[in-house]
Design a protein around this ligand. Structure first.
Ligand code: UDX
Length: 552
């Protein structure tokens, strides 16, 4: 770390991108006791990995194999970001202590219960607790004192006006300042508007109790996606470090070295990670790092809204959004991802980040109309789906509607800002009876809508319903026995809010099929017969035993 600093700083900052060379990690030897068990050559890596981590002696040799110093890291906040980051850094060999002001959450974590559904996380967490690389405490002051580096991973939920609520960050800053007895690196991991790091530095300085203590601040935005968070952390596209001191850059490099050099055991690929280029390491200022997160998420949101806007036009001109976006995505300047049209983006990140970014721009007098439009397009998706339901069902009152998918996206149990919640709310308000199935998110949804019927499986959700809605892109919904579904329904009618299925195939199967931006002409489903709905509850007006061809 030579004069680069002085020069760069004097001449204004130059973000640097670094390539990292990778050396493959020696594969662990398979103990005899495990040979021949299960998979052909080697038992599941998880088992091997955690046996490795379980056996103290081995763990030490593992560290020597990975050849790095063990840093003491504390995570403040045990939500998605804190838990995944903390567990993965422990997996990478660091000593990680996590704390949260939710006593129940800490108690659960200490008991090995992971309060979120995230593939691979629970096994990794259990193994690293066993190897004592990872632990939890209710005592935030202890977590501050025990750490070399403190990652702030608290929530920054939206305020009424859409601005990010930074009160939790402020609380942590004052806690760190008052509790730190030795110098610390304080890393912003939560998603925050630009210039928050400067405020954090100021508060740390104002509330610092022990004059000799140095409290350096850095910004290290995360780009984890729910459902693939462990993979996203261990195999990131890029690692962004917003730093102001050489020492800070050095320390953060050390923290991320196992990830950059891919020197870790990967539970996702069971030790056989696909060859890939190493993640880019981008060193920049704190303001730029903070802005990179909001800019990236807002661009993803805009891309989705752009695809949805085009989908609406496709419906009018008889084009197919899947074909259109596939062709667009073949252009590397556009790229194929995040062009899936449908019900729009939900979740705890994109909606609130685009809002906070718009508010930041407004505060700075910069016109972000483009993002406001992306937000408006997104908000209309649910209305458009309800219009399709009304058009297909004519009258919603008294109808039975089955819902497949409640989570805001597949592979998560998270329903925060999930479009499904608005759809259910509207259907109930219009007098429909709703039953729903989701493989992970029913518990959380039942806390909001206890009045709807939650089903054991997708088939129960189709039982005697007038319409079946697909609201989350779970893979399992592609594999359903649609013949059976058709027999179970009162009327074989699917409204696919995620364009998950193939219109032609569904209509071939005799379904009325509706989706976003795909041609669905001649919906005369030869085999569709209306079943006499004896099962209908009292009060629902039903024509007696009609049996007609459906003509749409
Ligand atoms: C997002 C960002 O992707 C991630 O980098 C950041 O760190 C956190 O926010 P996440 O909220 O987990 O991650 O979900 P993401 O996979 O981005 O999906 C967001 C929403 O967009 C979901 O509701 C999803 O269904 C929807 N989506 C996604 C689309 O409608 N179309 C697409 O093509 C992609």
């Amino acid at each position: 770390m030579d004069g680069r600093w002085a020069g760069a700083r004097k001449s204004g900052w130059v973000a640097r991108r670094e390539e990292v060379t990778i050396t493959a990690l020696p594969q662990p030897s398979v103990p005899d006791s495990l040979r021949g068990e299960g998979c052909s050559r080697r038992p599941p890596l998880d088992k091997l990995l955690f046996m490795e981590l379980g056996r103290e002696a081995d763990t030490v040799s593992l560290e020597s194999k990975i050849g790095r110093c063990k840093l003491r890291i504390s995570m403040i906040g045990c939500g998605y970001v804190g838990l995944v980051t903390g567990t993965c850094l422990a997996e990478a060999g660091h000593q990680v202590l996590c704390t949260d002001n939710d006593a129940e959450r800490i108690a659960a974590l200490k008991a090995g219960v992971v309060p979120i559904y995230e593939p691979h996380l629970d096994a990794m967490l259990a193994a690293n607790c066993r190897s004592q690389n990872l632990s939890f405490t209710r005592n935030a002051a202890e977590a501050v004192r025990a750490a070399d580096a403190i990652f702030i991973c608290v929530g920054t939920p939206p305020l009424e006006n859409g601005e990010a609520d930074l009160s939790a960050i402020d609380n942590v800053a004052r806690l760190v300042a008052s509790e730190a007895l030795t110098s610390k690196l304080v890393v912003e991991k939560s998603t925050v508007p630009a210039q928050t790091g400067q405020q954090l530095k100021r508060v740390l300085g104002l509330y610092r109790r022990h004059g000799a203590v140095q409290l350096r601040v850095a910004s290290n935005p995360e780009f984890l996606r729910e459902g693939t968070a462990v993979q996203d952390f261990l195999h990131p596209d890029r690692i962004v470090l917003g730093v102001e001191e050489e020492e800070t850059e050095k320390q953060l490099r050390e923290i991320y070295r196992p990830i950059l050099e891919r020197r870790f055991r990967c539970p996702v690929h069971l030790g056989a990670c696909p060859p890939a280029k190493s993640p880019d390491l981008l060193i920049t200022t704190m303001n730029s790092a903070e802005l990179i997160k909001h800019a990236s998420n807002s661009f993803l949101a805009m891309k989705i809204s752009y695809a949805n806007m085009i989908a609406d036009l496709c419906e009018k001109v008889g084009a197919d959004i899947k074909e259109v976006t596939r062709a667009m995505g073949l252009d590397p300047r556009i790229g194929p991802r995040f062009l899936d049209a449908g019900l729009g983006f939900g979740g705890f990140c994109l909606p609130k980040d685009i809002q906070a970014f718009i508010r930041l721009a407004e505060r700075c007098g910069v016109d972000f109309t483009m993002l406001k439009e992306a937000e408006r397009v997104n908000k209309r998706r649910v209305d458009l789906l309800l219009e399709k339901i009304r058009k297909a069902l004519w009258v919603i009152k008294g109808k039975r509607v089955g819902i497949l998918g409640l989570a805001f996206k597949a592979n998560t149990d998270d329903i925060r800002f999930a479009p499904s919640l608005e759809v259910i709310r509207a259907l109930l308000a219009e007098g429909a009876q709703v039953r729903a199935y989701d493989q992970e998110a029913m518990d959380k949804t039942s806390a909001i809508f206890p009045q709807i019927h939650y089903c054991r499986d997708p088939y129960e959700a189709a039982q005697d319903v007038d319409a079946l809605l697909i609201l989350t892109e779970w893979e399992e919904f592609r594999q359903l026995d649609w013949e059976r579904i058709s027999d179970l329904m009162l009327r074989p009618m699917i409204i696919d809010g995620r364009n998950l299925l193939d219109p032609a195939a569904m209509m071939e199967r005799g379904f009325e099929y509706h989706c976003f931006g795909r041609p669905i002409e001649n919906q005369t489903a030869p085999k569709a017969i209306i079943h006499a709905p004896e099962v209908f509850l009292a009060g629902a007006h039903v024509p007696s035993a009609p049996s007609t061809e459906i003509v749409t």
